[in-house]
Design a protein around this ligand. Structure first.
Ligand SMILES: Nc1ncnc2c1ncn2[C@@H]1O[C@H](COP(=O)(O)OP(=O)(O)OP(=O)(O)O)[C@@H](O)[C@H]1O
Length: 305
């Protein structure tokens, strides 16, 4: 059994003169939850479509479950589920009836349908018709129907998109259960790093069709730096004091704020030195860089990129 579920090597997709994907290489191993993060138009859906074989690639090679021939890839895709092009939900049927219809050809038991309804928090929707579902419920039902074929590898395109904060939390915990209870490997996308920060084990940042950065959950925690935030109307004098204290790793964010990346245990001493030098400090304390700021920094969209 291959440990590598997906290996993409230099995948490109070209529309006219536009490279929607430019030499994207990445590897997803069994058990990973891989979050593909990118702004609208970055190429997330295009990449997912090439993996599913819904569109062809112009350059590069794909390997799924260790297989790479055209026929072998088609066979490997039978072990996959996706929410990029989900089977249409039947608006006049309930959640259970929708799954029963999807299951009709596959010999899927009522017990399995019960499990999927429960897994997706849809058990108590009773006779309610899909057309009356909230966006979150519809999204969960769509995922449930992709699980009918018992996939080993699931591709979810923006599963948290449009959900309210509690819907996002619910979706994350469902995805985690898929991995722990069913051993499914997941590739999912979002335009917000923060939305996947609690769920993905690995991340790839897609920007203008290029994979510009990859990191693990642990690396992400390390990369979003902790820093000391200092607010004062007297930035010039504050910098003189910082220099005297041998603080070198800092940046002036705007006319009144300084971010200091070292001596984080010395907040009190730094504050004391500033006060002694007659620098009026309106705020000082440590904080952690926000994930979206980190994302903007990577993609060149931040003010201090
Ligand atoms: N069929 C197509 N023909 C021409 N251009 C396309 C086609 N499909 C996608 N594109 C272009 O390729 C780029 C990547 O699109 P893609 O849908 O993969 O982005 P995305 O990261 O999924 O963004 P979104 O979140 O908006 O779906 C965009 O510039 C898009 O306009």
């Amino acid at each position: 059994m291959s440990d590598t579920i997906l290996k993409a090597t230099n995948i490109s997709k070209i529309y006219g003169s536009h490279r929607a994907l430019n030499k994207v290489s990445l590897k997803i191993k069994r058990g990973m939850i891989y979050g593909l993060i990118g702004a609208n138009g970055a190429g997330k859906s295009t990449f997912m479509r090439t993996v599913m074989g819904l569109i062809s690639t112009d350059e590069g090679a794909l390997e799924l479950f260790g297989q790479s021939g055209v026929k072998e890839l088609q066979q490997a895709r039978r072990k996959m589920g996706q929410s990029i092009e989900t089977p249409a939900l039947y608006p006049n049927l309930s959640a259970r009836e929708n799954l029963q219809v999807q299951a009709a050809n596959g010999g899927v038991s009522e017990r399995e349908i019960n499990y999927l309804l429960q897994l997706m928090n849809l058990s108590d929707t009773g006779k309610k018709k899909a057309k009356n579902f909230s966006l979150g419920m519809r999204q969960r039902l769509a995922i449930a129907s992709t699980l009918i074929t018992n996939p080993e590898f699931l591709i979810l395109d923006e599963p948290t998109n449009g959900l309210d904060p509690s819907g996002i939390v619910e979706m994350r915990s469902i995805i985690q259960r898929l991995v722990t209870e069913r051993g499914i490997t997941v590739l999912l996308s979002s335009h917000l790093l923060d939305e996947l920060s609690q769920v993905a084990t690995h991340y790839g940042i897609l920007h203008d069709g290029e994979l510009i950065s990859e990191f693990s959950k642990e690396e992400l925690a390390g990369k979003t730096r902790q820093y000391m935030e200092l607010e004062t109307a007297d930035v010039q004098q504050a910098i003189v004091v910082l220099d005297q204290l041998n603080v070198k790793d800092y940046e002036v964010i705007n006319g009144t704020e300084i971010y200091i990346y070292e001596q984080l245990d010395n907040v009190a001493d730094i504050n004391h030195a500033l006060v002694l030098a007659n620098v009026k400090v309106s705020r000082i304390g440590t904080t952690r860089q926000k994930l979206e700021d980190y994302f903007l920094q990577l993609t060149g969209g931040g003010e201090h990129a």
